[in-house]
Write a protein that binds this ligand. Sequence first.
Ligand SMILES: [Zn+2]
Length: 107
Amino acid sequence: MKPGCPKCFKVAEKNGNEYICPSCGDVVAQIPATLSIEEQNELLKKVNESYVRIINDLEEDCERYFDQRNRLIECLRFYERLARGREVNDGGRRARTLLAEIGVNVE
Ligand SMILES: [Zn+2]
């Protein structure tokens, strides 16, 4: 079945791998070009490479966030000990240092 133009409601005519509206000339639909086995493999290879890249990036993000989490927990433990008088009051120096290390601006 031939596709119709959504603007003119005319039946589109096939032209190469496109369906063109005979009234307004708009491309109404495109017939996907068929790929050879080699082209399909190349495409799949590229898709696979993209996924590998994405997964690597996510793993790096995970490591970074996990490291930051551990630093923040250690910092909280320090101030918890401070609140119980088991650490010397550093005026927030440890917190400022840690925040700077993980890229948070402290005024
Ligand atoms: Zn049209």
